[in-house]
Design a protein around this ligand. Structure first.
Ligand SMILES: [Fe+2]
Ligand SMILES: [Fe+2]
Length: 342
């Protein structure tokens, strides 16, 4: 009896046609996907001479927006070494991105499988999957061109990758928070690199510009999906979710931003640098706080920020003020952008 009630509730949650503003938002996103989309092989001229990857190209040196790039240890390395580390790191970020997207595509398919006939969510989820398939091809091509044999995600997460998409059917809310945990850090990092305005290798610049343009839609959808569902959750379930959201953000963000073990070994990077670079230094803490400002705003607006949840955000070291509106640029980066345009 309880189980049928649960299933009925789960099915009802997928009925969205009575919510006109939500339907309109999905229509706008789907039409946007048709109007503005990219193909990795026609929109990027991989074989043009300027896209060639040549040895000792200083454009691969990590920028100041990269936590390792701004570390004194990295900056003290000879240029050749900085380039080598930069190429490996940027190839690995692309590989992690495509691993994450592969999980996302499988999850979207699992979710869309159950969506009722006539639901505009089906069309949008499929548009997003197509775009993510294109992104994975674009990222893999970039890895191949750079030529570093990078592993991507940490091994543990690779093993779990077969199971995470299964959550998208029965537990879509948790799944879509996982989606944000992956999309927000990647998008935030790419936007900051582009805003910084430094000369990048054309492959990096083109791939990131295409990705940022399409991610805006994906992140919008995940936010709107959650804004619709979370407020109507039962109090106890919503409370439990509020405690788990910061953990999901922190765990997935670590997996995405932190290079795997083989990276530190390959380049003989001291343990002290490894410890401080991504989570302990004040700059790292500030970056982590900024990455999730939009998610904290979402949590505030949907009843997922209570005293216990706030404590969890703090324990996970990703707390801070929420954004006032989505994609509000962080003040520290605004000044950089302003300097460039001045
Ligand atoms: Fe993507
Ligand atoms: Fe995406």
């Amino acid at each position: 009896m309880a189980r049928t009630k649960m299933i009925r509730r789960w099915r009802r949650n997928m009925d969205v046609l009575d919510d006109q503003p939500y339907v309109d938002m999905l229509t706008t996103l789907s039409e946007g996907s048709v109007r503005r989309n990219f193909n990795p092989y026609t929109d990027i001229d991989w074989d043009s001479p300027e896209f060639a990857v040549t040895p000792n190209d200083p454009r691969w040196v990590l920028t100041d927006t990269d936590p390792l790039g701004r570390h004194p240890w990295y900056q003290a390395q000879p240029l050749e070494r900085q380039i080598e580390i930069g190429m490996w790191r940027q190839a690995n970020v692309a590989k992690v991105g495509l691993h994450f997207e592969s999980i996302l595509i499988r999850g979207l398919m699992n979710y869309a499988f159950w969506v009722p006939n006539g639901s505009p969510e089906y069309r949008y989820c499929l548009h997003e999957s197509v775009e993510e398939c294109n992104h994975t091809m674009m990222f893999q091509e970039m890895v191949n061109r750079i030529g570093a044999d990078v592993p991507g995600m940490p091994r543990m997460l690779k093993w779990l990758s077969a199971f995470i998409p299964l959550a998208a059917g029965p537990l879509p809310i948790v799944f879509f928070f996982g989606v944000l945990a992956g999309e927000e850090p990647i998008d935030h990092t790419q936007k900051n690199v582009l805003r910084e305005g430094r000369t990048l290798h054309p492959i990096m610049e083109r791939v990131m510009a295409i990705h940022v343009a399409e991610e805006a839609r994906h992140i919008s959808f995940a936010h709107e999906y959650l804004r619709k569902r979370v407020p109507t959750m039962r109090t106890r379930k919503r409370f439990m979710l509020s405690l788990h959201v910061p953990i999901i953000m922190r765990v997935l963000c670590s997996a995405i931003l932190k290079p795997p073990r083989s990276f530190w070994r390959e380049f003989d990077i001291p343990k002290s640098v490894k410890r401080e670079v991504f989570f302990r230094s004040p700059e790292a803490r500030q970056m982590l706080s900024e990455v999730f400002a939009d998610v904290r705003m979402l949590c505030h607006d949907t009843g997922l920020m209570n005293p216990a949840a706030k404590l969890m955000w703090k324990l996970c070291k990703i707390d801070g003020a929420p954004s006032r509106y989505r994609s509000e640029p962080a003040r520290a980066h605004l000044t950089v952008a302003e300097k460039i345009s001045a």
